[in-house]
Design a binder for this molecule. Structure first.
Ligand code: PMP
Ligand code: GLN
Length: 405
């Protein structure tokens, strides 16, 4: 079967199907044959169907600050409703540059080194498409966020999966070293980590910089949970690490930081030469990102207390959720950052994790995400992920249900 590029001879209207003759459908050869609907969509739909408390897909169930909505509304009323510049609204890029320099100590030029994206997802895909050639190898550290693998596949790259150390979900440097070949183009890292809540210490980033020093690898650093780090620790950005910053695309998301996941606005910072390549793809991928949100966020970003309080805010939620589960048969894994809490449920059920999360949603009324969704080759340990970015009332209702187990 082939895709017909000219209309059938019997059709008198070009482009329209002939009324009498059958037409052949386009030949479908999936670019992502292994991929179905993301687990986040699947579990949210299941939660809605069964009126379960949705601790699956990662998003807050509370609203953003009304002042941020006011700032966006003001931008719309001020007429910021046409295309902004391709890399993003200058005021937002300037505010981001100042913020990154203040927190992480590296200055990115707002004109040539910062681009506003349609969420972190687009930034990741665009970075991969910009740098990965067919046949290139790209290393991901498993478990990892579910968009990394398909992005690499769409670029024609080969996914090379290196497991994080199963005991603490930190980098296994020996295995990483072994995985690097002359074909390796890039490495994707993520701290604070989804799904495990691990936060990499500065020593790990330093060790990574050392390991990569003799190579030409690009690093794509997914730091969307940069402002959710607990117990007095600090997020160490790849942008603050000499030896890594020069080779890295550093990605974050306003969706996480300001409780606006539905706005889909993120950003990427990188040295100018890398950013120039990124923008070549970005301009044909989305061209630019919606204007009023960018203006509103630019005004909002000027006040550091709006993100500096986030770790404490989420730490209180983490603590409430962990304390609530303390007397149950769930075994709680450490959670040093992000808004995810992983649990080992082997004392409760012997079901595989997809079946367990299905059962938990339908029968117990709490949705969670099976950890195997973040692996190609999942380990045996039965783990599920709960999102605690929820109101106290939601968390308490979920805990009431989970404590019966
Ligand atoms: N990376 C990670 C680790 C995430 O958890 C998410 C989404 N929650 C994203 C990227 C995508 O972020 P965005 O919604 O801004 O596209
Ligand atoms: N990143 C969110 C999570 O891990 C979900 C984002 C999405 O639904 N694509 O739950």
């Amino acid at each position: 079967m082939s895709f017909r590029t000219t209309p059938p001879e019997t059709s008198s209207t070009p482009g329209l199907q002939a009324v009498t003759g059958a037409t052949e459908p386009p030949a479908l050869t999936s670019r992502l044959p292994e991929v179905g609907t993301t687990i986040f969509s699947v579990m949210s739909a299941l939660a809605a169907k069964h009126a379960a408390v949705n601790l699956g897909q990662g998003f807050p169930d509370f609203d953003c600050d009304p002042g941020l909505v006011d700032a966006v509304t003001a931008a719309m009323r001020a007429g910021h409703n046409q295309y902004p510049p391709m890399p993003g609204v200058p005021a937002l890029r300037q505010a981001l540059s100042a913020k990154i320099e203040r927190i992480y100590g590296r200055r990115y030029d707002p004109d040539s080194e910062i681009t506003v994206t349609a969420g972190a997802t687009q930034a990741i895909l665009t970075a991969v498409l910009a740098f990965v050639h067919p046949g290139d190898e790209v290393i991901v550290l498993e478990p990892c966020y579910d968009s990394y693998g398909p992005a690499i596949t769409l670029a024609g790259g080969r996914i090379v999966r290196v497991p994080l150390n199963p005991a603490d979900f930190r980098i296994d440097f020996a295995r990483l070293q072994e995985a690097i070949t002359p074909r390796t183009r890039a490495l994707i890292v993520n701290t604070p980590h989804n799904p495990t809540g691990t936060v990499w210490p500065a020593a790990d980033l330093r060790a990574l910089a050392e390991l990569l020093r003799p190579t030409k690898l690009l690093v794509i650093s997914d730091e969307v949970y940069e402002h959710m780090v607990f117990d007095g620790q600090r997020h160490v950005s790849v942008s603050s690490e000499p030896g890594l910053a020069e080779r890295s695309m550093v990605i974050s998301s306003f969706g996480k930081t300001y409780h606006v996941t539905g706005w889909k606005v993120g950003h990427v910072a990188a040295p100018a030469a890398l950013m120039a390549e990124f923008r070549k793809v970005h301009q044909f991928n989305v061209f630019t990102v919606n204007s009023p949100m960018q203006h509103g966020l630019a005004a909002w970003l000027a006040e550091p207390s709006r993100y500096e309080g986030l770790s404490g805010f989420y730490q209180r939620k983490r603590d409430r959720f962990r304390e609530g589960l303390a007397g149950t048969r769930f075994e709680l894994l450490p959670c040093a950052g992000s808004y995810f809490q992983c649990v080992d449920y082997s004392r409760i059920s012997s079901l595989p994790d997809h079946a367990f999360c299905d059962w938990l949603t339908k029968e117990v009324g709490v949705a969670a995400i099976p950890l195997s969704a973040f692996y190609a080759d999942p380990p045996q340990r039965p783990l599920a992920r709960f999102c605690f970015a929820k109101t106290e009332a939601t968390l308490d209702e979920a805990l009431r249900r989970l404590r019966r187990l």
